[in-house]
Design a protein around this ligand. Structure first.
Ligand SMILES: [Ca+2]
Length: 375
């Protein structure tokens, strides 16, 4: 297999994440007892009042102390799933300072303003260099990105390349490849952003990517130990609460949540802090390096204050690929394959790679407030 193809295959595996929990996750009759047994204790919120008016498009996250991570699901049938979210355990106690967070994922309109102001060129728009892929045929060295391209029929779920394609010309402006467009999609989350692209946008905006702990504290919305940002029911009150893959994965998305594929931001109710789409729609970059054993390290502390992630990346499955953490799941997550829209679970990805289900949102700490521009 040519180097580029190998890279694409690896990237696909990384980006999609390994399959997660099983078909149904049930709560014990006494959910509070089950949560306590799993190590969850109540969230203790910090500063409930923001130290000033919230910047446009941001909401105040009070910070405080909370239990971070995911319990082992009660349904043990899917052992692959259990293993896949083992990196979200043990549940451990973390404290974070208060901060503002973007209410939505960064949109195409917002990213477009950044590109217009800076002429920034994203990683997916750059032609791969031959020296980085020795031996690769020249025609494979084309700028592009990974696009979800579902088959027309059911397929075994053991090879992600059955539904991921490296599409030439795919980038944030052309999310499905050469000839596609984001016209009329300004309110959709920007996708096909590598980590460096998200950092470049953050620098321009005077903000930063959240740490993984900040992201989870914010996404939990003040609740403790719940499966989802809104509670424990996948479809509370028989309504869809997020944009996910809703049908038989990967070929049939019934779109009962209203969307097959990515949705404009903010189509579902906000969580307790006013954040939308912290479950589903698109994955979100956070600033922590990924290590599968990081939570075990933190669990040695009674409480860890403002953790910023390990000093380097290490994924035992692919130790040579530097990865940072993804959070929140995407429109491709389903209880049949990757249920990591569950708020305590983690994703991971090669820092150099975006896809059409990966975006980001930013945060701002009060001490950095003066750095915020008027974008
Ligand atoms: Ca959907």
């Amino acid at each position: 297999m040519p180097a580029v193809a190998v890279t694409i295959a690896l990237v696909a595996w990384i980006t999609i994440g390994r399959r997660a929990a099983g078909p149904s996750i049930t709560q014990a009759p006494d959910a509070d007892t089950a949560r306590a047994a799993a190590g969850f204790r109540p969230t203790i919120e910090g500063a409930p009042t923001a130290p000033g008016p919230s910047p446009d498009g941001m909401v105040w996250i009070p910070g405080g102390e909370f239990s971070m991570g995911a319990a082992e699901p009660a349904d043990r049938e899917d052992l692959v799933g259990m293993q896949a979210i083992a990196d979200s355990r043990p549940v451990h106690r973390v404290a974070v300072d208060g901060f503002w967070m973007d209410r939505t994922e960064v949109t195409n309109d917002q990213f477009g303003a950044f590109v217009e102001a800076t002429r920034y060129i994203t990683a997916a728009e750059r032609t791969p260099r031959a020296e980085d892929f020795p031996g690769a045929p020249a025609d494979l060295l084309a700028a592009g990105s990974l696009v979800f391209s579902p088959p027309s029929h059911a397929v075994p779920l053991d090879n992600e390349l059955r539904w991921w394609t490296y599409a030439k010309g795919a980038n944030w402006r052309q999310p499905f490849g050469t000839g596609s467009t984001i016209a009329g999609k300004g309110a959709y989350p920007v996708v096909h952003v590598a980590y460096e692209d998200a950092e470049a946008y953050a620098k321009w905006a005077g903000k930063r990517l959240p740490t993984e702990a900040e992201w989870e504290f914010a996404a939990r919305g003040g609740l403790a130990g719940r499966l989802y940002p809104w509670g424990d029911e996948l479809n509370p009150d028989a309504r869809q609460a997020m944009n996910r893959h809703d049908g038989h994965f990967p070929h049939d998305d019934a779109a009962r949540d209203g969307f097959a594929g990515v949705a404009p931001v903010g189509q579902f109710p906000p969580n307790g802090y006013g954040l939308v789409d912290v479950a589903g729609n698109v994955w979100e970059w956070v600033s922590d390096w990924y290590r599968a054993d990081y939570y075990a390290e933190l669990a040695r502390n009674a409480v860890t204050s403002n953790p910023r992630g390990p000093s380097s990346s290490h994924d035992p499955d692919e130790p040579d690929i530097p990865k940072r953490v993804h959070r929140g799941g995407s429109f491709l997550c389903t209880d049949q394959y990757c249920s990591r829209y569950m708020v305590g679970t983690r994703g991971k990805g090669d820092v150099g790679t975006g896809t059409n289900h990966l975006g980001f949102r930013l945060v701002l700490t009060p001490t950095s407030r003066t750095a915020v521009s008027s974008h």
